[in-house]
Every structure is written in structure tokens, then in C-alpha cells.
Design a protein around this ligand. Structure first.
Ligand code: NAP
Length: 282
């Protein structure tokens, strides 16, 4: 397929762009100056000019704390612009792949979240991602789109928890990491590969795209440092030890069972963390 990628500088987009040709796709990935998700008219012009069969939207406003100060911008990029993109895709007959977040849930379920669980975001970022889901469903519907909810994404670049852990460990022998936020760390290389497998299998609709298992940030930190051969002292602390502008939901691990039924078994989260640690050490 000829695929247009939006948000080409992001950590997930980098792998979507890198892996596309191996799956037989032609990838078009303009920079953000040329392709701004929020600029409807120029977006429409680019879609007409490039005539892709599918769009993969990796663009997002992902700064969870800053979103509390900039709710309009977060709602615009993660919500309204996704709705306008979906409407353009419907009008032009383009298939749309979009990514959601576990932060659309409130973390109170005390079990794995399923695709059809009710949304109840507790911060602006989560609300903006929920709005994007709602408008995607309204403007395009599940038959002509794929919506993958992700959690705790890490990959190339500085905007992720593992990258930050490496930086902290270089400066301190002792680290404090929260033990009461629990979800599923998800590697961009896996997301890109599973996205292309899902497209090849003709999937449509909503899926939780996470590896198997779950972990607290504290457990992720300990495992990641063991992969790197580092041994800082990691002290578990509760979330309120680090006051943040945005509240974080506590347990948002999502079940990947629906996707596993279509694509086959998905690895445990540790595999992605290990591969990432090998990538950055090598
Ligand atoms: N990161 C996570 O932990 C996480 C967790 C759950 C779900 N997700 C979802 O996964 C998807 C991929 O996230 P990611 O981790 O790859 O995020 P990322 O690294 O922050 O990439 C997002 C990219 O979108 C760009 N962007 C922002 N506004 C744009 C606009 N108006 N037009 C074009 N590009 C724009 C950003 O540029 P600037 O940096 O210049 O703003 C950034 O390069 C997103 O939908 C995200 O919500 C991520």
C-alpha cells in the first residue's frame, strides 16, 4: 500500500517509517512543517496530492502534565484534528490507522481493561485521547479504520520513561520510582510490526495493542537496569511522593486477548524492554 504517516518525528512514527518497506509498503512521511495535523486545508491538499491508500496517524500531544495547562491545544491535536482527519479519510476513501491510550480509563477497574470497557479519563490528556476516539468513530466508523490503544510507549528518542531512567541512573546511585502506577510497557518496534501485521490480516476496529503481562513503574525500572547491567538502588515510593500537575490512573493494564486471537501470541513486556536495552547499549 501507499501509506502516508503523520507526525513523522515521533518515536512510534520512526519505526512505522523504518519498517514499512519490509512489509511491502511505500511510505510517504512529510515533516511537521509540511504536514500539520491541525491544518485542515493543507492536510486535505496533501491527501489529494499524495493519494495514499492508508494514513497512519502517529501525531499527538503527549505531554500529560503540560496538557493540564494547555487543554485547548491537547483537545485540538488529540481530539478535534483526529475528527477532521477521519472525515477527510471518509470523503476520500482512505483507510485510517490511529493510536489511543490506556489513559482513557480511570484505573479503578481492579482487572485488565477490555476494548468495550467504559471510558472515564481523569486528566486532560486522557480526555483529549477519548475525544479523538469518539470523533474517529463518529466520522469514519470501525469498518474503514483501525484504532490501537497503547500504553507506556518507549522507543527511539528522549520522550519516554526508559530513556529518563538511564539519565537518572547516570547522575544518582539511588533512585525513587513509583510502585503504584501499573500498566504495560510497549516497545515502538513491536507496535510498528504488529500494526503492519494487523493491516495485512485485514483487521478493522478497536484493539488493545500491548505485549502480555503488566508491571509497576518500579518493576520496569528494576528489570531495565538488570538488562543494562546497572545496579542503582531503586526505592519504591507512592505516586504522591512526586506531585504532578496531572493525576495518573493507577492500574490501567489492558488485555491484549482480542488482538492475540487475530495475530497469535504476543510476547511478555520484558522482551521489548530487553530489546530496547540491547539497542541502546549496542
Ligand atoms: N508515549 C506514550 O507513552 C504513549 C502512551 C499511550 C499512547 N500513546 C499514543 O501513541 C501514539 C504515538 O505516540 P509517541 O509516543 O510516538 O509520541 P511522540 O514521540 O510524542 O510523537 C508524537 C509526534 O507528533 C508530533 N506532533 C504534535 N502535534 C502535531 C501536529 N499538529 N501535526 C503533526 N505532528 C504533530 C510531535 O511533534 P512535537 O514533539 O514537535 O510536538 C511528535 O513528533 C500517540 O497517539 C500517543 O498518544 C503514547
Amino acid at each position: 500500500m501507499r501509506i502516508l504517516v503523520i507526525g513523522s518525528a515521533g518515536q512510534l512514527a520512526k519505526e512505522i517509517i523504518a519498517l514499512g518497506p519490509a512489509f511491502g509498503h511505500e511510505i510517504i512521511a512529510p515533516g511537521e512543517k509540511e504536514l500539520d495535523l491541525t491544518a485542515r486545508d493543507s492536510l486535505a491538499a496533501i491527501l489529494e496530492q499524495k493519494a495514499p491508500e492508508a494514513v497512519i496517524n502517529c501525531a499527538a500531544y503527549n505531554q500529560v502534565d503540560k496538557a493540564e495547562e494547555n487543554p485547548e491545544l491537547a483537545m485540538e491535536i488529540n481530539g478535534y484534528a483526529v475528527g477532521r482527519l477521519a472525515a477527510l479519510c471518509r470523503a476520500m476513501g482512505i483507510f485510517l490507522v490511529h493510536y489511543g491510550s490506556d489513559y482513557v480509563f480511570d484505573g479503578q477497574k481492579e482487572d485488565f481493561y477490555q476494548e468495550d470497557d467504559a471510558l472515564n479519563p481523569i486528566n486532560v490528556y486522557g480526555k483529549s485521547k477519548a475525544l479523538g476516539e469518539e470523533l474517529l468513530a463518529k466520522e469514519l466508523g470501525p469498518e474503514r479504520s483501525l484504532l490501537f490503544r497503547l500504553s507506556w510507549v518507549f522507543g527511539r528518542g528522549p520522550q519516554n520513561f526508559l530513556y529518563k531512567l538511564s539519565g537518572w541512573a547516570q547522575k544518582q546511585a539511588k533512585l525513587k520510582v513509583v510502585y503504584d502506577q501499573i500498566s504495560v510497557p510497549t516497545y515502538t518496534v513491536h507496535v510498528a510490526s504488529w500494526t503492519y501485521k494487523a493491516l495485512a490480516a485485514g483487521l478493522t476496529g478497536l484493539y488493545h495493542m500491548v505485549p502480555s503481562g503488566y508491571a509497576s513503574r518500579y518493576e520496569v525500572a528494576r528489570y531495565y537496569f538488570s538488562c543494562l547491567g546497572l545496579s542503582p538502588l531503586v526505592l519504591p515510593v507512592p505516586s504522591d511522593y512526586f506531585p504532578t500537575a496531572a493525576r495518573r490512573p493507577l492500574f490501567t493494564a489492558m488485555s491484549n486477548e482480542k488482538l492475540v486471537q487475530k495475530l497469535g501470541a504476543l510476547p511478555e513486556w520484558q522482551i521489548g524492554v530487553r530489546e530496547y536495552s540491547e539497542h541502546i547499549s549496542g
